[in-house]
Design a protein around this ligand. Sequence first.
Ligand SMILES: Nc1ncnc2c1ncn2[C@@H]1O[C@H](COP(=O)(O)OP(=O)(O)O)[C@@H](O)[C@H]1O
Ligand SMILES: [Mg+2]
Length: 306
Amino acid sequence: MHTISFVSASGGAGKTLFSILTAGALAIRGKKVLLIDMDPSASATLYLLDKYVEDCNLQTLLKNLVDYKLGRAARRADVNDCLARHRVAGAEASSFDLLPGGNLSDIQSEVFQVSGWNRLMADLVAPIESGYDYVIVDSPNWLFPLFPMTVSLSSLYVVMTRPGKSEIEKTKVFLQRVFAIMDRQFGIAQPQIYALVVLNQIRQNAQPDEVEREGKAAYDGLSREFPGIKFAYSDKKAKYYGEKKESAFWGFKYYEDLRLDSYKQNGHVLASSKVREEKPKLQFRAYLELFTKFVEETAVYERLVE
Ligand SMILES: Nc1ncnc2c1ncn2[C@@H]1O[C@H](COP(=O)(O)OP(=O)(O)O)[C@@H](O)[C@H]1O
Ligand SMILES: [Mg+2]
C-alpha cells in the first residue's frame, strides 16, 4: 500500500483534478484505490458524488475519533460505513472508493485538544488502508492549521505547480515548510526524496521550444534548492506539445479534455473515445509512467511515521 498526497503552494494548481485522474487511471489498471478528500471545501466529493455527504464524512469520522480519544465516545466509528464507490467516467467497469470530505475547520479546536493530534488522520485510516494498493489524498491548503495531519498520513507527495517565476518561488517556500514539518514534527530524515514535482497548466499556445524553456526553468529553480526532489520529466521524445515536433515531456498544458467537467461529460482521458486529441493522452500517459516509477523507486524508503 502506498499513500500519496497531492499538494500545491497555490489553489487551482490541479490537486483535485490530478487526485481524481490518477485514482481513476490506477483503478483502470486494476489497482484497489481509495481517494481521501481532505480538503475542507470537499471539492473532490462534490465533483464525484454531486453532493456533500452530511452525516458520514471525514469530519464526522474525525470528530468521533477525537471524542473517543478524549473519552467522550464509547466506540470508534467504522470508516467503511462512510465510503462511497465511484465508477470511473468512461470506464464504468473500474471503480475506486472515496472517503468523502467534510468541513474539518469546524472541528479544529477539538482536534487540537488531543495530544499527538497531528497523527490522527493516520490513526483514522489505519484500520482500512491495508485493503488498498494506493491511497490518494487530495490535500487541504497547506496554510490550513490541520495540514500537518496530512504529513503523518502520506509517505509520498505529488507537488503540483504552475510555470512562471512567482509560482516556482511560491512552491519553494511551500516545500521548505512541508519538509520542515516532516523533519521537525515527524523526524523524517531526507524529506526531499519523497516529492515528485509536476508542472501543470503550461500555456495552451506555447510551442514545444517554449514548453522546454518553461520546464527547464522550473526544474532548475527547484532542483537547485532541493537536490533530492524528483521532477516529472521524461526525455523519451514524442509529439507531446506540437503537431509535428517531437519533444521531451515537461508537464501538462491546459486542455479542455483534461478539465474536471470534461472528465464527467466525456470520461477519463485514458478511457474515453470522446477525447479525440492525442496530446493530452500522451501527456497523461507520460505522467502516469513517471508517477508509477516515482512510487516504486521511493517506496523502498517508506515507513516514514511509526
Ligand atoms: N492541465 C489542465 N487542463 C485543464 N484543466 C485543468 C488543468 N489543471 C487544472 N485544471 C482545472 O483547473 C481548475 C482548478 O484545478 P483543481 O484541481 O481544482 O485545483 P486545486 O485542487 O489545486 O485547487 C479545475 O477546474 C480543473 O479542472
Ligand atoms: Mg482542490
